[in-house]
Design a binder for this molecule. Structure first.
Ligand SMILES: [Mg+2]
Length: 267
């Protein structure tokens, strides 16, 4: 897979057709992986680049599995658009705006986590009930592979989980409502809402691959997207396989955002 820094000329050409957007994941993309989600941070350098880009591009949006309230706490800029809970929440006018009728799945998410409660006996397992979606983290478990199998086995036995979409991420299993809302649909909504002709999407995990596919789908007319996969030792093979270019880790994303801010600033 071509490394992005070897192809900055073509990125520059790609950016010659505004309106331009930058859409990015947070964890593992602009924020280094931490032992627990609460410990993760976006560096001041990254925040500076994003704030500059928010002034210079039509859209800078962050799309994450985190609740939007948490995203707002991690980043200082009001000029960024925040889409949380895998597309089920948007931060608008200083408050949380849920996507459609997602509230009716809350009880199912609660019930699935209740079914999984015995897993909490495994040291290191964390449940994150985010309302619209939930994440079961096993990063801190000694035997991660065994923990993953136990979580999947428990989900297979949970009646509530059968009514939800179960997907895998880095050292985590996600529970989502089984509706056509994802980082992919959220990205297409942003492209339409902001009339973008070009956008770069940055992400590091399988839920981001849904956005890679969305920007490559041709569903948005007069639009072209560039998918950048952020690769580390935990990355699923699909992230690299479906990206146009790759970057190695959060440090390189930070460098790229600096380059991008200059590139569009001088345009
Ligand atoms: Mg991520």
């Amino acid at each position: 897979m071509p490394h992005l820094f070897d192809h900055l000329d073509s990125v520059q050409r790609f950016l010659s057709l505004p309106p331009l957007g930058l859409i990015s994941d947070i964890d593992g993309t602009i924020s280094r992986t931490a032992p627990t989600p609460a410990q993760a941070q976006v560096s001041p350098v990254c925040q500076h680049h994003l704030a500059l880009l928010a002034k210079r591009l039509k859209l800078v949006a962050l799309v994450s599995g985190r609740p939007v309230v948490q995203m707002r706490q991690m980043l200082e800029s009001e000029a960024i658009v925040y889409i949380g809970n895998h597309g089920f929440e948007r931060w608008a006018g200083g408050q949380v705006e849920p996507h459609g009728d997602v509230r009716r799945y809350r009880a199912l998410i609660d019930a699935a986590l209740e079914d999984l409660r015995p897993l909490l006996a495994i040291e290191g397992i964390l449940f994150d009930n985010k309302g619209a979606t939930a994440t079961i983290h096993y990063r801190l478990v000694q035997d991660r592979e065994a923990a993953k199998e136990q979580i999947l086995a428990a989900l297979a036995k949970s009646p509530a989980a059968k009514g939800l979409l179960v997907s895998r991420g880095k050292m985590a299993i996600e529970l989502r409502p089984p509706v056509a809302v994802s980082k992919g649909s959220a990205t297409l909504d942003l492209i339409r809402d902001y009339d973008l002709r070009r956008a770069i999407y940055l992400g590091d995990d399988l839920t981001d691959v849904e956005a890679f596919r969305a920007i490559h789908s041709g569903e948005a007319p007069n639009f072209k997207g560039l998918a950048i996969g952020v690769i580390d030792e935990e990355a699923a093979p699909e992230v690299e396989a479906e990206a146009d270019f790759t970057l190695n880790g959060v440090d390189q994303v930070e460098q790229f955002l600096g380059w991008l801010a200059e590139a569009v600033g001088s345009a």
